[in-house]
Design a protein around this ligand. Structure first.
Ligand SMILES: O=c1ccn([C@@H]2O[C@H](COP(=O)(O)O)[C@@H](O)[C@H]2O)c(=O)[nH]1
Length: 297
């Protein structure tokens, strides 16, 4: 069942539903747009706002028709100040008007009133930086994100909360036990699962609140099991350059792999301007094959 939400004068479909449709149409690959200086150089581009414009739009062109989701890494645009943000605004608008879902990897977090303003920047319909979803941090408590979750839900947008991140340093803090006795990661997942349940209007409907779970981590070490992740969109970086294998998708996430978005940046972008379309196609094909394998989890 498709549930729509009214936002101002706009009627929009819930993010979880839009995401599920995108995955069904074009698969679960999320193409990362990370204009690292070394990649710009290997693409024959300058480390300037013009260079990142050329780079990003070439990746977007290559993604059209081949992948339904992109994830620009905001940090690489921010390096170029207002000129970088102008590129990002144009990229977000072009992708969204081409029907590609955009996850702004901005990783914002703060006390509730300030993080709400971050949410308004990235998730308000009509905002210059309007994306379909953004990444946020719950270091200040999942409750600090209440206004962002509510804004996302009311405007057909999504939020991906860092829960078990792909970097090796994450373990010490994210596996630690909260005062409730669960790991930090499972506390975040539990609270978001409860939020999604309160918003759900039909069984098996994907929620608009998702989590970031690195493909490089063993979920069990973080006290997380695939059962905790039912109908929760999962943004999974760590494949490719960071070492996780696309073919291990089901072994890593078990039954939760049906709601996993496979995020890959450098393993695609390092193919260069002439190879990027082929790299997207090859990643998609490998993911499709992996998703249909029997679960090893
Ligand atoms: O836990 C996390 C959260 C976010 N990221 C981001 O994803 C991409 C990964 O890039 P690759 O080149 O595919 O390694 C990058 O933008 C990170 O900031 C992450 O890696 N891990």
């Amino acid at each position: 069942m498709r549930r729509s939400v009214q936002s101002g004068s706009r009627l929009s479909t819930r993010f979880g539903t839009r995401l599920e449709d995108a995955v069904e149409r074009t698969g679960r690959l999320c193409v990362g747009i990370d204009p690292h200086p070394y990649l710009l150089s290997s693409w024959g581009l300058s480390d300037t706002a013009e260079g990142i414009r050329d780079f990003s739009f070439r990746v977007l062109d290559a993604a059209q028709g081949a992948a339904g989701i992109i994830k620009p890494q905001v940090a690489f645009f921010e390096r170029h100040g207002s000129a970088g943000y102008a590129v990002l605004e144009d990229l977000l608008a072009a992708a969204r008007s081409a029907g590609i879902l955009v996850i702004a990897d901005a990783k914002r977090g703060d006390v509730g009133t300030s993080v709400e303003a971050y949410g308004q920047a990235w998730l308000t319909p009509g905002s210059p930086l309007e994306a379909d979803a953004m990444t946020v941090s719950a270091f200040q408590g999942v409750g600090s994100l209440d206004a962002v979750l509510a804004l996302a839900e009311s405007s057909g947008k999504g939020v991906f909360v860092l829960a078990a991140t792909s970097n090796p340093e994450s373990a010490l803090i994210q596996q630690a036990k909260t005062s409730a006795g669960t790991s930090v990661s499972s506390q975040i997942i539990g609270e978001l699962g409860a939020w999604n349940t309160t918003q759900q209007t039909a069984p098996d409907q994907w929620g608009s609140a998702g989590v970031v779970l690195g493909a490089t981590v063993a979920l069990g070490d973080y006290g997380v099991s695939p059962r905790d992740l039912e109908n929760m969109p999962i943004l999974a970086p760590g494949f490719g350059h960071q070492g996780a294998q696309l073919s291990d998708l089901r072994a890593l996430f078990g039954d939760a792999s049906r709601s996993v978005l496979v995020s890959a940046s450098r393993s695609i972008l390092s193919a260069g301007p002439d190879g990027v379309a082929g790299a997207i196609a090859a990643h998609s094909e490998e993911i499709r094959a992996a998703a249909s394998k029997a679960s090893g989890a």
